[in-house]
Design a protein around this ligand. Structure first.
Ligand code: NAD
Length: 290
């Protein structure tokens, strides 16, 4: 199938490569010409704008940082809706605010473009392996139509409800991940300060109830002080801000989310916003005088 793909960052590039490997033709676009070169070297064709990509393909995937980027790319000048033909399908796989998904979907409907929100979890390694967890909002029949395509990039694709439900699910995921990383940082700071070897603590607890994907992925990074992203602190601040806005809008207090967001904002202010989110360990190192 001929597919448009816009947003060739840490996640978009390996997702495009998996679609190419599965035999799909890709027309790609990104503001970053280096990223565009990397995917054309892998077999994609370069588009000249989002509108150009949409004019050449019946299905467009977007993988962009946040709500304003997706709104610009879809609804802005030289955006997807300027180039889209009636019946085109837009799958936005970015993690954005659920209300933004609904607003973009409304603009799409006015142009007879069908849309799903389909954010992902699993980070760069699972994007490379094609084993992302994909959470989808929008029309169920449309989801069934594109499910096989989603499963080229993911190990699972679950329909979670109407448009925006994919991103609501993703906010839940991001709250759980952020709070877990903070818990691991807090616990490992304690053991270091108490003079116990963190590696031995990790070996002792990973098979017990505290064991988790987050512990396995992030504790080794913290022990090696390797904070290369992965998933950047600044992107996680964006997700927690979207979660807080959604919390305000729905009357759901999020006290733990608010605390971890503040820790991440401190890291950003210290110039660490581009680090992996495991750099929450740096916040604890700072406040505990390590
Ligand atoms: P990234 O910053 O690496 O990539 C974003 C890309 O979008 C960049 O290449 C940028 O040039 C491009 N872009 C921005 N504005 C554009 C525009 N107007 N037109 C064309 N291209 C534009 O981000 P990422 O890590 O790939 O994340 C993408 C999305 O996936 C985010 O919503 C993020 O929260 C989510 N996500 C990321 C991870 C991860 O581990 N990195 C995991 C799960 C979900």
């Amino acid at each position: 199938m001929k597919i448009g793909f816009i947003g060739l960052g840490i996640m978009g590039k390996p997702m495009v490569k998996n679609l190419l490997k599965a035999g799909h033709e890709i027309v790609a676009f990104d503001l970053n010409s280096e990223s565009l070169k990397e995917v054309t070297a892998a077999g994609a064709v370069a588009g000249t704008s989002a509108a150009d990509v949409a004019s050449k393909t019946p299905l467009v995937i977007t993988m962009l940082p946040n709500s304003p980027h997706v709104k610009t790319v879809v609804m802005g000048k030289e955006g997807v809706l300027e180039g889209a033909k009636e019946g085109m399908i837009l799958i936005d796989m970015s993690s954005i605010a659920p209300l933004a998904s609904q607003e973009i979907n409304k603009a799409c409907s006015e142009k007879k473009v069908k849309m799903l929100d389909a954010p992902v979890s699993g980070g760069e390694p699972k994007a490379v392996d094609g084993t992302l967890a994909i959470m989808v909002g929008g029309d169920k029949a449309l989801f069934e139509e594109v499910k096989d395509l989603l499963l080229v990039m993911g190990a699972t694709a679950v329909h979670c409800g109407s448009i925006g439900a994919g991103n609501t699910t993703k906010l839940a995921n991001q709250i759980i991940v952020a709070l877990n990383i903070a818990a691991v940082s807090e616990a490992f700071t304690l053991v270091k300060k108490a003079g116990v070897d963190p590696q031995l603590v990790f070996d002792a607890i990973k098979g017990g109830l505290a064991g988790s994907t987050v512990l396995n992925a992030k504790a080794p990074m913290m022990m090696d002080s390797n904070f290369k992203p992965g998933f950047k602190i600044d992107l996680h601040i964006k997700d927690l801000a979207n979660a807080m806005d959604t919390g305000h809008g729905t009357g759901s207090p999020l006290p733990l989310t608010a605390s971890v967001r503040e820790m991440m904002e401190t890291l950003h202010a210290d110039g660490n916003g581009g680090d992996d989110h495991s750099a929450l360990a740096k916040y604890y190192a700072k406040v505990s005088g390590m």
